[in-house]
Structure formats: C-alpha cells, structure tokens
Write a protein that binds this ligand. Sequence first.
Ligand SMILES: C[S@@+](CC[C@H](N)C(=O)[O-])C[C@H]1O[C@@H](n2cnc3c(N)ncnc32)[C@H](O)[C@@H]1O
Length: 280
Amino acid sequence: MNYLTISKHTSHIKHRILLYYLGCVNQAKLNENWGYIETHGASGICVDKTGAFIKGSPVIVHEKFPKISMRLCELNEKRFQLLRKQFEDKSQIRVYLGDCNTLLDKLHSLDDNVWYFHFVDPDGIRTDGYDQLQYETVKQIIKWRNSDILLNFPLIPFLRWGSYLIKHPEKRGSIVLKEAFTRFYGSKDWIKYYSPMNNPKWDIENLVNNYIDSLQPYYDQPIQKYLVKTEKNLKVYYLIHGTNHSLGYLFMSKAFKKAEIWTKRLVWDLGQVSLNKFRM
Ligand SMILES: C[S@@+](CC[C@H](N)C(=O)[O-])C[C@H]1O[C@@H](n2cnc3c(N)ncnc32)[C@H](O)[C@@H]1O
C-alpha cells in the first residue's frame, strides 16, 4: 500500500490544530494574501490502522481554503504520485518530488506580499537515506519574516534510537544516525538530555525547550509548544509554533488549549473519506 499509514488519534489532533489556526487567521483577515507550504506532504489521502481512508493535511487544508496557493513536497515517489494526482487539475497547487531540505527555495518563492504558513511534519530523523528535516532548513524558514511555522518535533526517534546511539557509538550505523540527530537538532546538545541513571532517561521537555530557545531570537512572539500523546499516554511529538503576529500567537494558544479538550473528549469530526471523491 502506497498511502501513508497514520495513527488516527495523533494525526487528527495536529490536523484539528492546523485547521483551527488557519481558520482564525483567515477570518481575522490577518493576511489577505497567504500561501500554504507543506514540506512533508505524504500521500494526501492516508490510511489509519484499521484500513480506513482518512484525509491528510494537504487535502484538509485545500478543502477548507480551496483558492489558497499551495506548495507541497514529498520525498517518497509513490506517495508523491498519489499526492500529485489529487491536485492535478488545480493550477494554484504545486507538488514537488524530493528532499525538502534541498527544495526549500522552490517551495518558497519569497514574495514580499505573501505571508506563508509552513507546516513542517516529519515523522522521524532519517528515511530512505535522507535527513527528514535539518535544523538549517527550519532556520531558513524562520528567517523569512512573513511566515509562520507549525513544526512537528518527533520524540519517538529520541526515545527509541537516541539511547542506543549514545550507549553504542561504535556500532555500525550509529555514526551516521548520530550525525543525522545532530543535523536535526542543530547541535550535539541533544545528547545532554539523556541520562542513564534517571527514570525516565530522557528529559524530553528540556530537550525541546532548548531547541525552542535556539529559535526564539528569530521571532517577535513567544514560540509555543504542545505535547501530543497516544490514547495510552505515550509521548509522540511536540507541535512547535512560531509567528511574528501577536494575534497569530493568541490564536495558536487558543488552539492548543482547545486541543486539550478535543483530546479528552476524543472528538474527531474530520471523518473518513470515500476514495471515489478523490479519483484514486
Ligand atoms: C508524517 S508524514 C506527513 C503527513 C502529512 N503532513 C499529513 O498530515 O497528512 C511525513 C512524510 O514526510 C516524508 N518525508 C520524509 N523525509 C522527507 C524529506 N526530507 N523531504 C520531503 N518529504 C520527506 C515521508 O515520506 C512521509 O510521507
């Protein structure tokens, strides 16, 4: 199956936050001209673990804001084909195949009159021999003043692989992967947040806080974060949001507060999809 398989619970929460925020910005007419850029577009339509088809972020955003210009990128060729097919008759949407870390200039046309919302949604550190996301890419996005970023900081790679890499630095594969962790984090400091004597061994909160602190100087508004967990309380990722708009900051803090309620009630109204609708 070429569709991205996702966990309904942890994906829906980010999709709801994304939609809520974009809805607020749109309603407040904060930016008359805005564009949506997604660095990790996946397959558009995804499947959940029960096999049901559900909408991925590019489809959800396009349905809500059909006229918005969108730039989407996907590394995996089969997912890229699926994504492209869904938008092939939409001239305002461009889909790029490849590594977002090298394609950012294409995705980002840097038009002063356009405000860009970047959704940066990796699900790991390395895939198919590529870095999923490099710190330098995030910095490049953030330096563009007319932009917001909503970034997925994945925790599972640290919890699952990070400890192994630190404990077995000499093992085959460890060296390459350790360097990738460093390129993701922007420094070797990620290692400081692992302590074998503690329980839990990873100080996840400070790992993320330090990352945020390094980006904060680029934004006027405080960078905010939201921890996403599974139904079984497993920490999966942080959503990190940066903006230069004071209203944008308020909208996202509202979205993050609402996310607490949505999570508790487990209310997901984005629904399943019929593939016919998407000509798949
Ligand atoms: C979590 S999924 C994105 C899900 C999507 N945002 C959604 O909500 O529907 C991550 C995707 O990023 C892709 N990917 C990984 N590394 C990438 C890279 N360097 N550049 C572009 N895409 C990448 C993967 O193939 C995968 O499809």
